[in-house]
Design a binder for this molecule. Sequence first.
Ligand code: AHR
Length: 517
Amino acid sequence: MKKTLLLAFVLQMAHLSFAQVKVSIDTDLGEHTISKHIYGHFSEHLGRCIYDGFYVGENSNIPNINGMRTDIIDAFKRLKIPNLRWPGGCFADTYHWKDGIGPKENRPSIVNTHWGGVTEDNSFGSHEFMELCRQLGTEPYISGNVGSGTVQEMSDWVQYMNFKGDSPMSKLRAENGHEEPFKVKYWGIGNETWGCGGNMTAEYYANIYRQYATYVNSTWDPKERLFKIASGASDGDYHWTEVLMRDIPLRMLDGVGVHHYSVFDWRDKGPDVDFTDSQYFATMNTAMEMEEIVRGHETIMDKYDPQKRVAMMVDEWGGWYNVSQGTNPGFLYQQNTMRDAMLAAATLNIFNNHADRIRWANLAQAVNVLQAVILTEGAKMILTPTFHVMEMYVPHHEAKLLPTHFKSPDFTMEGTGKFGGKLPAITISSSKGADGKLFVSICNIALKDSHNLEIDLRGGEFAKVSGKILASAKVNDYNGFDTPNKVVPKAFNGAKIMKNKVSLTIPPTSVITLTIE
Ligand code: AHR
């Protein structure tokens, strides 16, 4: 009997490897600041993100202020949401902003042709979006309509939102109840102009961008200069970035987008909850492609802009699966499991580590759509595992990125194509806050292996460590409307510090954040 137990133990130990990962952090060599805007969100007119999501209307029984759901606003405040992108996405290039201003009863409706073909009443427009941003205390990022709009229409929108002097557009804004300019700084010139935003070539769009950027202005005051963002490449389309950087004068360009969704097969994206281990691996595989994609675009941007003035903005990213069973296929509603927590934590570590060029990102999407941080059902609301990762990472906002060196062990899977091979199991990013405290986020995407880490803190004296952990029994675990607290972060007391060395064991499929002082 004893022998059997011993054998079982040995077999278990062989299965669960406890490799030692040596990490070193240069605590005095921080150079670049991690922009808080890497932690931005995206709210498209899609499914139940705006209507029946953020916006329930002034007459709803669900507690709201001016139509915006109070519980959602409070939750986003916990994330210190730095920016919100609106109105799309593909919707942006069908949207005519003048239909969304003035008395609501006079607003014409719009058919949301990209997303479910539903008719929207335009009760949520520019003023409502600005009210939402006001309540959230966040920076608005508006994507203008290039695909089906005109230069004049977008120019008028910028004037309407921002012009402080006397003009037809500023008068109209005042008539609609807002005398003061809204001062929207961040403007996207189209969205996915290689696809739903007009199916343009890079060369054609570069010219169109120059034309739009010439007229998208609202002030003579250089302090109030707008921040103009070019619709960026899909995944590893480096030609797109090359052409934009080459053909658009840098003085007209402040940010270049990049979109990358973690989808292992666009024809069948796999289930949101009941995925297999190999589907999990495939999702992580596409998520980890972010590193290579970012490096590829970075190399091109460095060639044309060695001063790194132009920001790389990953203004759409996240996991995309088949919609939850029984939901409208056009609404892109999916549950959010520990797989999404892994995806978010690993991706945010990648973004942090490229803080010198990536200065903005938008997770798709904020509420009830794709990798949402919040899901709602009537008056119920849940915070997803992705929400918890975003909240755990808040101390990275505006902190100094610290050089972190280590070699990750492999996470391996039997299988072909995206479904098998090896991936780095561990990603880490480290930063130092204004208070001098270190903050380290570690993600282990491996399904079975725990890893022992020994972190050498170079260039400083540290004596205290505390931590948090997000983990769950199964990677398919999620927070349901009846089990909202199944996956929540807990205190992590497993890290020990001695003589500037921190040691800990990170369990499989978990995220640990450490504060070291
Ligand atoms: O986020 C959903 C869609 O994905 C967006 O509308 C579009 O920009 C992208 O293709």
